[in-house]
Design a protein around this ligand. Structure first.
Ligand SMILES: [Mn+2]
Length: 314
């Protein structure tokens, strides 16, 4: 898989020492319960990315110039625990190289590893969890590393904010924080949910984006499509506000379950990823100049918990 380049960008932009962005594919589908196929997600996403136009009209920006290093895919499958451990170590390794680290799944259990790595490396981490499902079970089918448990650890260790939720088990109610949960049926009739959610975030934010948060009318290719999901422009508006107001330290996108006869979902995933990168690195010329430059600088330097000797922060 690592012989290809993200979005077909030219070779000099794919080198680890040049690229500011790292993309880690995790083609894992060990615990999904209904439709299988999330292991095919990263390949379909990469193929779609090669067919995108790379000038972002909204920002007037071409973020691919920042360079994207495509890491070796994580193929550890011996057990869910071993997969999570591999994702955790690989993610942390690239964060420590001071890269902007992104992960593409795979099913949602991979996020246990990504969130654990980001929570190790960044102070006071907020996890913004965009998903149709609460994923708050402590254990499911005998394992705490099941996709249905993807957010349990984050709920205990991080400031967890859940958005788009419209399916859960009654047992999850005791874990779910209703003050920090934006259910899909509430979002549909609320004018201020985005601002309320952003107000609850600390400065360092990790976004875990399960594609089934989106409405099946715009993203049908996912393992468990749930009606009543987020639409494209409201999703982008929410993401754009987060990237503008907060220090987004990384993100993952999971649960693309490709359909060989309909590639629109693959393309949406590729475009969503590119939009998130554009919002991260674009410097808005209209931005309020009263914003402290130190804050802006912190953004590009990731605000590490620790120093990396190899790296010069200037
Ligand atoms: Mn889900």
């Amino acid at each position: 898989m690592n012989t290809r380049a993200y979005a077909g960008i030219r070779e000099e932009l794919t080198k680890l020492n040049k690229a500011e962005i790292v993309l880690i594919p995790v083609p894992y589908d060990g615990t999904s319960t209904w439709q299988k196929g999330a292991d095919k997600g990263p390949d379909a996403f990469l193929e779609a990315s090669e067919n995108m136009e790379l000038y972002d009209i909204e920002t007037g920006y071409e973020v691919y110039h920042k360079g994207v290093y495509l890491a070796d895919a994580i193929t550890e499958k011996s057990s869910p625990e071993a997969m999570v451990e591999a994702v955790y170590h690989t993610t942390k390794q690239y964060i420590n190289k001071n890269k902007f680290v992104t992960v593409f799944g795979g099913e949602h259990s991979i996020s246990i590893g990504t969130i654990r790595a980001f929570n190790d490396c960044f102070e006071n981490l907020t996890v913004v969890h965009i998903d149709a499902h609460a994923d708050l079970r402590r254990r499911y089918q005998g394992s705490s590393y099941n996709h249905a448990c993807a957010m349990y650890e984050a709920s205990q260790l991080c400031n967890l904010i859940q958005v788009g939720i419209r399916s859960m088990d009654i047992s999850e109610k005791s874990v779910l924080d209703s003050e920090k949960t934006y259910f899909a049926h509430d979002i549909a009739i609320s004018d201020n949910w985005m601002d309320n959610a952003v107000d609850q975030m600390t400065n360092n934010v990790f976004i875990t984006f399960d594609l089934d948060a989106l409405d099946p009318s715009i993203l049908p290719s996912t393992g468990t499509p749930e009606p009543g999901g987020l639409l494209w422009y409201e999703t982008l508006e929410f993401l754009k506000i987060i990237f503008k107001e907060k220090n987004v330290v990384g993100f993952d996108i999971v649960e693309l379950c490709p359909n060989q006869y309909d590639k629109s979902s693959d393309f949406l995933a590729a475009k969503l990823y590119y939009k998130m990168l554009s919002y991260k690195f674009w410097e808005d010329p209209d931005e309020d100049e009263s914003i402290d430059k130190a804050t802006v600088k912190l953004k590009s330097n990731h605000n590490h918990k620790f120093e990396d000797d190899e790296y010069n922060y200037e």
